[in-house]
Design a protein. Structure first.
Length: 119
């Protein structure tokens, strides 16, 4: 199984996941190169969200199920807004500086935002 996710804020790749799921080779695979690592491993599975609890699970065709736990998801969001503020100009820049300042965690991060805003 292969998945990648891009951040909605920065557009950068924030997660790349590959879970090998060993399956018995079939007769249809006889044309594949046996020395290739992918010859004996197939990728199958997916992500699912529980609508009642908002929990996210990863499943594989071999019966594995894992719950995805997100920790400290917002810890660097302030710096993404700061980067966007520095890359833009006009009213949107000011709003992004305000967002970065609001989301900064502690005086050190706030000082970084204020110093960059003056430039």
């Amino acid at each position: 199984m292969y998945s990648n996710n891009n951040s909605r804020l920065s557009g950068e790749l924030v997660q790349e996941l590959m879970l090998p799921v060993p399956l018995a080779p079939s007769s249809r695979d006889s044309t594949s190169d046996a020395s290739s690592p992918s010859a004996s491993v197939k990728y199958s599975g997916g992500f699912v969200r529980d609508a009642a609890t908002n929990a996210v699970f990863v499943w594989s065709s071999n019966g594995g199920v894992w719950q995805v736990q997100v920790a400290h998801e917002a810890r660097d969001v302030w710096s993404l807004y700061l980067d966007r503020a520095l890359a833009s100009s006009g009213p949107s820049s000011s709003a992004r500086f305000d967002d970065a300042l609001r989301l900064a965690d502690g005086p050190q991060q706030r000082q970084i935002v204020l110093a960059k805003q003056v430039l």
